[in-house]
Design a binder for this molecule. Structure first.
Ligand code: HEM
Length: 238
């Protein structure tokens, strides 16, 4: 732009598809064409169903990306940087949990119409949740390596938490992350039971009861087990 010329802010300057820079940067044309049109829908609630699932996949993507980068930062010894990202991961999972509420605004009978057009589609194939299952153990290993470096057990870390504030905060974030995965599973199980029932099989043949069992799965059992030991230790002191 030549000196003295006034910039026209209504004109896009970015490349790509879309009438404005907002639409070009966010690729809203593509994004908003990812849901079935009214003509393609078996039931109008498919918009609700697809919105919740697609939005969940985006938040899960952010959650696991931040957790993976946090792992890398821990391996490089940057605990504060990792903690900043883990707070985001947990918040993103919280959004995924909260969005499940919207599925309960569907009628369980009308949902049966949607269910018939899902094919073998199942949450077991959720890319976001699959990545969460991949990165979570790696995060745990990075934490364990730090504990080992300082010559501490989890119980010792908690008993002497004030002397290892950074590691203590990290341990609390890890158990918070693990807790949120279980909270999601718990909430999802209840939504499934409320929508299709708890004595039926899913679109990939999984009994819903099995989902209930997964709620107890822990990625960081040693962090949970440490609480039992702390209670024992405290009882022994009495
Ligand atoms: C009406 C709503 C929903 C119903 C009825 C439902 C039903 C089910 C069922 C029956 C399963 C067991 C696998 C199968 O056979 O299909 C399952 C698993 C799963 N679903 Fe859903 N689901 C719903 C919403 C969601 C949403 C919004 C998400 C978000 C991403 C999701 C993600 C998953 C995941 C990740 C699994 C694997 C569970 C695990 O590993 O613990 N589901 N779902």
């Amino acid at each position: 732009m030549a000196t003295g010329e006034v910039e026209d802010f209504s004109e896009p300057i970015l490349g790509g598809e879309g009438a404005s820079d907002y639409e070009r940067y966010l690729r809203t044309d593509e994004l908003l064409s990812l849901q079935k049109t009214p003509e393609e829908q078996a039931h109008r609630d498919e918009l609700l169903f697809q919105t919740v699932h697609q939005a969940s996949e985006l938040w899960l993507k952010l959650a696991w990306n931040e957790a993976e980068e946090a792992t890398r930062l821990l391996e490089a010894g940057d605990l504060a940087g990792a903690e900043r990202l883990l707070r985001r991961s947990i918040q993103a999972l919280q959004y995924v949990i909260d969005q499940l509420d919207m599925l309960e605004r569907q009628s369980p009978w009308e949902y049966q119409t949607i269910r018939k057009v899902l094919g073998h589609g199942s949450g077991f194939d959720s890319p976001g949740f699959r990545e969460i299952r991949r990165v979570t153990p790696q995060l745990g290993q990075a934490f364990t390596a730090l504990l080992r470096e300082r010559g501490l057990t989890v119980v010792e870390l908690y008993v002497h938490g004030r002397e290892h504030e950074d590691l203590y905060q990290l341990a609390e974030l890890l158990i918070g992350w693990d807790e949120h995965i279980s909270l999601w599973r718990m909430r999802h199980y209840l939504v499934v039971a409320r929508v299709i029932g708890d004595q039926v099989v899913g679109t990939q043949g999984t009994p819903v009861e099995l989902l209930g069992g997964l709620i107890k799965q822990r990625f960081y059992p040693e962090l949970w087990q440490a609480r039992n030991r702390l209670t024992e230790l405290s009882n022994e002191e009495e």
